[in-house]
Design a protein around this ligand. Structure first.
Ligand code: URP
Ligand code: ZN
Ligand code: ZN
Ligand code: ZN
Length: 473
């Protein structure tokens, strides 16, 4: 019985090794790695090319309902199409609970949004915005047991934020049931206070978004999140870390033996606050995200953290909104004050090529570290490893064959449904030549659509740290 597919002469990169091998694929999985494998029914020649595990994007927002007239541009069809063309083969978007809604209803709703549409495999993180006794004692433990083993909590945004007592309550559930808590760390009251003062002074252009969210509001909340996790004695992962001050808090926590993991995103390497505007023009609305991008010296701090192990995962935080429609304004057609610009920028397709280009080819990251940050660690953090995130016998045959060539990015290269990319004008030095999902060619310069190809993944226990065994004390 010949192999279904052999990827021949690959320069295979994992989080631990880079070696030359053929990759044998049968039934959607990797079944052999070696030199001179027998002929497969299909062959792909990867001679001279690096092959990495398909990317795992563990932080992206797809088809999340927003307050009208704002809507997300990407649903599970266009969002996962874009992911696949950029080498991402697994996504973990959010199933967000609205206040007053049961968590179960939120999960059911997002399954309906994804089913029959996704082109890549997907799991869900939960967003817990209303930790009622019912949610804490019944729904959350039941959902964790069913394979929703991670959730995000917010310290800011009126619709989502929890107070410290609520955060302690959900962290205690994470501890007891072995889930991974992700925390958005910004001080909501400080942001509100600053925003009101800026507005009162007529400072309402997009660039003032950054003035309303200086690094200290992130630093304070990061420190508080770390302290709350220490009190409960549970690992946490701080999402979208933007710069020096939050990094210092995380280094401090690590030095004290605390299990604090951290994520950063492309916007903190490739954008600065100047992208929100240097004057009061509305163009900068496109780059509004939270925390905001900082400056060049903070970009260097983020690069250092990616290189030296401070960061565990590198995610896109893809949050797709259109601005060009209706004369360059937000959906609805009007310019709004910075506080009402939807937060978030697109990046699900550019995440891997940007980091490969500037990191690996730019001499800032080893290939192994690139794989660890973009695939292996996110799969481990959220209980999908070793099925996802590595090239090993028995793992899903989700692979990226890299083409190293230079070009200047613009939005017409991309496959999302967003009318802009904040990374237009960046010089890229690599792009996926081929993306394989379960041994199927999904992207090879053309996108091979098969909505519903993507399967829902139940997540196991996070495996970045040893699982607690026996009864929690
Ligand atoms: O600005 C951002 N990051 N928007 C997406 C939502 C979030 O907080 O991750
Ligand atoms: Zn967030
Ligand atoms: Zn996000
Ligand atoms: Zn093709």
């Amino acid at each position: 019985e010949p192999l279904d597919l052999v990827v021949r002469n690959a320069r295979v990169a994992t989080a631990s090794d880079v070696f030359d091998a053929d990759i044998g694929i049968q039934g959607g999985r990797i079944v052999s790695l070696g030199r001179g494998l027998p002929a497969g029914r299909r062959e792909i020649d990867a001679a001279g090319r690096v092959v990495t595990p398909g990317g795992v994007d563990a932080h992206c927002h797809l088809d999340q309902p927003m307050a009208p007239p704002v809507r997300m541009a990407d649903d599970f069809d266009t969002g996962t199409r874009s992911a696949a063309c950029g080498g991402t083969t697994t996504v973990i978007p959010f199933a967000a609970q609205e206040k007053g809604q049961s968590l179960r209803a939120a999960v059911d709703d997002y399954h309906r949004r994804a089913e029959g549409k996704a082109h890549v495999d997907y799991a869900f993180h939960l967003i817990v915005s209303d930790p009622t006794p019912q949610v804490l004692n019944e729904e959350l433990p039941a959902l964790i047991a069913e394979g929703y083993t991670s959730f995000k909590v917010y310290m800011t945004y009126d619709d989502l934020k929890l107070d410290d007592g609520q955060i302690l309550d959900v962290l205690a559930v994470a501890r007891q049931h072995g889930a991974m808590a992700m925390i958005h760390a910004e001080n909501a009251d400080a942001i509100e206070w600053l925003s009101k003062r800026l507005e009162a002074a007529g400072r309402t252009a997009p660039r003032f978004h950054a003035h309303a969210r200086p690094m200290l509001v992130e630093r304070e909340a990061t420190h508080r999140a770390i302290s709350l996790a220490e009190l409960v004695d549970v690992p946490i992962l701080i999402v979208h870390v933007s710069g020096r001050e939050a990094v210092e808090q995380i280094r401090w926590a690590r030095a004290h033996g605390l299990k604090v993991f951290a994520e950063t995103c492309p916007q903190y390497l490739f954008l600065t606050a100047a992208d929100l505007g240097i004057d009061d023009s509305y163009q900068g609305a496109r780059c509004v995200c939270s925390p905001p991008p900082r400056d060049a010296s903070n970009q260097r701090v983020i690069w250092d953290g990616l290189n030296d192990g401070l960061f565990t995962v590198f995610s896109s935080d893809h949050a797709p909104f259109n601005y060009e429609g209706d004369a360059g304004k937000k959906p609805g057609g009007e310019e709004v004050t910075f506080r009402h610009i939807p937060n978030g920028i697109p990046g699900i397709e550019t995440r891997l090529p940007l980091l490969y280009s500037a990191g690996v080819l730019g001499g800032r990251l080893t290939l192994e570290r690139f794989v660890e940050l973009t695939a292996t660690n996110p799969a481990k953090a959220y209980g999908l490893h070793p099925r996802k995130g590595t090239i090993a016998i028995g793992s899903d045959a989700d692979l990226v064959i890299w083409d190293e060539r230079e070009f200047v990015l613009n939005n017409s290269h991309l496959h999302h449904a967003v009318d802009h990319t904040p990374y237009a004008g960046q010089t890229l030095r690599a792009w996926p030549a081929v993306t394989l999902i379960g041994g199927e060619v999904v992207w090879d310069g053309a996108f091979h659509a098969r909505p519903g190809r993507g399967r829902f993944l139940t997540c196991g226990a996070p495996s970045l740290v040893p699982q607690r065994r026996g009864n929690p004390s």
